[in-house]
Design a binder for this molecule. Sequence first.
Ligand code: ADP
Ligand code: ZN
Ligand code: ZN
Length: 731
Amino acid sequence: MKIAEVIVDITNSQVDKIFDYYIPEWGQVGQRVLVPFGKLVIQGFVIKIKDNSNYDASKLKSVISSVDEFPVILPEQIELMSFMIKKYHLRYVDVLRLFIPSELRSDKVKPLVEFLVKLCDGADLKQYKLSLRKNAKNQLALCDYLEKEKLYQKSMLAKQFSNLAISKLESDGIIEVFEEEKLRTPNFNIVKPIAHTHTKLQKRAIDEILNCNDTYLLFGVTGSGKTEVYMSVIENIIAKNKTALMLVPEISLTPQVLSQFKARFGEEVAIIHSGLSAGERFDEWRRILFNKVKIVVGARSAIFAPIQNLGIIIIDEEHETSYISESNPRYNAFDVAEFRKNYNNCSLVLASATPDIASFKNASENKYKLIELPERVNGKPMPKIQIVDMLSEIRNGNTGIFSSTFLYELDKCIKEKHQAMIFINRRGFSSFMRCQDCGYIAKCDDCDVSLVYHKYEDKLKCHYCGKRYKALTKCPECGSSTIRNGAVGTEQVVSKLKELYPNVKILRMDNDTTRTKNAYQKILSEFGMSKPGILVGTQMIAKGHDFSDVTFVGIVDADQSLYHSDYRSTEKTFELITQMAGRAGRDESEGKVILQTYVPRHYAYRFIANYDYKGFFDKELNLRKVTQFPPFTTIIRLLFNADVDEIVRETTKMCYTEIKELKNNYPKDFVYLDVMKSPIGKIKNKIRYQILMRITHDNENELISQIYNICDKYMNSKVSVFVEINPQNLS
Ligand code: ADP
Ligand code: ZN
Ligand code: ZN
């Protein structure tokens, strides 16, 4: 008998290896099977079938049965699994679980079947009716009804004519009842497909992408019509009988794009994102697996979709950090996209108005082909960005959150019955509450962070663990009742605006207002209909939205992301504000952007106001080179977590000693190495320490693999160790 290599579906690091089993003739690679495992019978996945085993043949057990009739993992995914395990030091089962929706593994969701009814071949309804007794009213009525159509839903017939009548006709051989699967598909606003005549630049971009298989960076300003480029490219690809995969960030945020895809490609597109119901996700995944669709559009995890014969992969808004998974299993969707591009020998398109510095560096070194869309489709200028110095506002006696220019432009926008978007990247009412007399700041009991005041609920909240506390009316330390609020958040902006415009629709979009399913869609469509209207929000409102009547964009506090203790803070600020500004003036009426700052002379703002990405890029890249930060080096953080301070401190120290030895063996490769308490020393009652290093690219892979091995030794039931490569968040 043949031998199958099987990965068992158990999360236990001790059993994360491949097991050999005998498998009968029916066995296929990629199939889900049941296998004996100790005293249990569990699910496993066949990843290889071979003739011989290295284990003692007499001790091998046999696969019990298959779970599905078809393979659920593609050969491509089996190779991808090896790639990911090697690159990210992951466990087999964790990778496999990325490939298969949990709904399938748990067997909790079943295909939705419908019972249908049709007339049997050769059934003579007239003759049959004559044979019925006069008082068989339901049967007679059913017979009359059945002459109308070919196919009926059984449930509908049962309601009208009773189940009994149906089973009588069935047993008399007049009708046939059979099952058919009904696929659940996500709902969309139905829109009419828009047919655009391509601009010259769009046409050039489309031709270039279709010309040869390569990696492209599509650098197009906001409103340059990138979505139309994607759709045309995809249209061409599927005309050649190939398939397409497109990643978009936070999919539920851009229902407009999805509706356009559905309008243009209908049943040929499958959608995957976290907002789907379990049944929808299960069915969309199976439509893909069974080659029923040609296009997959989805958020990060859609990169694993079992779509075959790829002709193109597109990553929209490629600078978005949501393409990187920062919790187990950690991976970067780019690496996976690159793997799939090579496997399928197809093109990969990365697109953005504000490309990641590392991507643009690759393009400038000709590792990617650069395609530019420097103008908006309608030839309209980019909205003018005016920088307002908030210190001089204070000097002039205005201590409010809005400058006079801000208020003037907003007022103009409202009077003209246009729409305004106001950006403040902090949710809640104010960032902290502090006692004016003794300096006491309310902090979370379980995390080393200050609490944020939420006025709507009148509660203090921890943004790290979610714990809620009573709001302060007086200081618990000194009893003083002069409590001061910290920096403004979305709630406060909304409440100020409501005072100014009691009759204008003002909507808020942030993590607090979008917890329920479809909340995004509701807020966005309500805003779309409100003229005049104001949408206040965090970074959620900055990206992708295409509202034609937005003429004013206000940035309340631009500096906020500038002072994160992160080497990327300037890049992130540039990106966020440029994207936010891009929401204004997308149609006929011109747009205006007011950017409020306390450091008006910061170089980032000069480049932002001039829409000078390339100037910014040169300056930033040079800075990174001089200071030896990514993309010139790689940052590695080893994060240690435990309940007891002493245990985690000791473990970190021991590990640090070993890493220092490693550094001695590779003295040229380490540009930085240190050990310390993490910036946030405690989260959810876990004490956090870290070892931080930066290494050059010369021996990067070798070093990372050695670091993984070192860390494995310190992982135990008391301490957890995370190895983070270029982490997005260093708190
Ligand atoms: P981007 O993603 O580059 O910011 P979009 O793809 O959202 O830009 O396009 C902006 C707007 O321009 C959309 O409303 C789109 O329908 C429209 N558009 C795209 N291409 C054309 C074209 N060739 N002619 C006219 N309008 C277009
Ligand atoms: Zn006090
Ligand atoms: Zn907390």
